[in-house]
Design a binder for this molecule. Structure first.
Ligand code: SAH
Ligand code: SF4
Length: 354
């Protein structure tokens, strides 16, 4: 087992403490943050503000890299890239970069696999392997930040919507968010970060009480428990009544607009009656609805509705005063769409990085 500390697991205070135990001066912590998070070096050897001896000592006593890119894919339109990373214990996760006009949005994973078992999700279909550490979450961003820097760009937005249920790995996810947000580290504005949850009520309430400025999205997908529990088993534990109470409390406490995600599945939840049922459920809430046309996965037979159906559904919400957008379908050809992430290694030819 690896017992070395991992640089990306450490905030400034923890790093200082680690340096101290190694007999290195605490002020070196700031130089290391500057090098890895601002200058975006990829190894300790490149940190030339430290002496050769210090670099040597650090490289022996601390890990600076735990994610190995094993496969890179680029969608045919060139706008979406996906990386399969191998972890130190042989598990694997995926990370997706989406390019929209001025934005480079990175979709990161919070767990290897997921225990929530949502029927239409490839990650749910593969089951749960383990939680990621905060450093493994942060390093996904660093990897892409370095890649983008090579072409004069940077990661502008981060969505925690990759593999896993972030609220089942709450501490590590929040520690990662804090590092992304830290002005001395990546300095990514809280409003540029979004967490999506399947609807874990205690964690939504905790998140609300912490009054964090990051955006929150809730995966709803159905406006009655019968349908929702058949798609999302978690609904049996936290039925809609409790979930909506928690959402109202979140809005009351934070005064922030909540996003609800709705994966449209043909003839399952894409009819007029479903849209009206949703309107009724959301009445009086400060919220936004994000529609996702179902992405195909191996073990779910549901069909993707046409764009016309999505537009008709959207129109009903808008007529009833609920803002609603249809999420662009991105990277479907490389299985990089919502719910398509799993840790399969591709057998075909490799492509170069983004
Ligand atoms: N575990 C979190 C975040 C990861 S999933 C959550 O469930 O919210 C990100 C979003 O993709 C969720 O809204 C999820 O319900 C949705 N999703 C999962 N599988 C999908 C699929 N096959 N097609 C479209 N959206 C899907
Ligand atoms: Fe897990 Fe989210 Fe997939 Fe459900 S949709 S199985 S919570 S990753």
């Amino acid at each position: 087992m690896n017992t070395k500390p991992f640089f990306f697991d450490l905030d400034m205070e923890l790093l200082k403490a680690e340096l101290k135990t190694m007999g290195l001066p605490e002020f070196r912590a700031k130089q290391l943050f500057q090098a890895f998070y601002v200058d975006l070096v990829s190894s300790i050897e490149e940190v030339t503000t430290l002496s050769k001896e210090m670099r040597q000592k650090l490289s022996e006593k601390m890990d600076f890299n735990r994610l190995k890119p094993i496969d890179n894919l680029l969608s045919t339109d060139g706008e979406t890239a996906k990386t399969l990373f191998g972890l130190m214990d042989g598990r694997a996760i995926e990370t997706v970069l989406m390019h929209y006009d001025e934005r480079q949005t990175l979709c990161i994973s919070s767990q290897a696999g997921c225990a929530m078992g949502c029927v239409f999700c490839a990650t749910g279909q593969m089951g749960f392997a383990r939680n990621l550490t905060s450093g493994e979450i942060v390093e996904q961003v660093l990897y892409y930040a370095r890649e983008l820097k090579k072409r004069g760009e940077n990661v502008t937005n981060v969505v925690i919507m990759g593999m896993g249920e972030p609220f089942n790995n709450y501490e590590a996810v929040m520690a990662a968010v804090d590092l992304l947000n830290d002005p001395l580290a990546l300095n990514l504005g809280a409003r540029r970060i979004t967490i999506s949850t399947v609807g874990l009520v205690p964690q939504i309430l905790r998140f609300a009480a912490e009054k964090r400025q990051i955006n929150l999205a809730i995966s709803l997908h159905a406006a009655n428990d019968e349908l929702r529990s058949s798609l999302l088993p978690v609904d049996r534990k936290y039925p809609l009544y409790e979930l909506m109470q928690a959402c109202r409390e979140y809005i009351d406490l934070t005064h922030r607009r909540l996003t609800f995600e709705w994966a449209l599945i043909q003839d399952v939840n894409d009819q007029e009656k479903d849209a009206y049922e949703l309107v009724k459920l959301l009445k009086g809430m400060i919220c936004h609805v994000n529609l996702i046309q179902l992405n195909p996965t191996k073990k779910y037979g549901g069909k993707t509705p046409s764009h016309e159906r999505a537009l008709a559904f959207q129109a009903i919400l808008i007529e009833n005063g609920i803002t609603c957008t249809i999420r662009l379908r991105r990277g479907i050809d490389i299985h990089a769409g919502c719910g398509q992430l799993a840790s399969y290694q591709r057998k075909s030819e490799k492509t170069d990085m983004i």
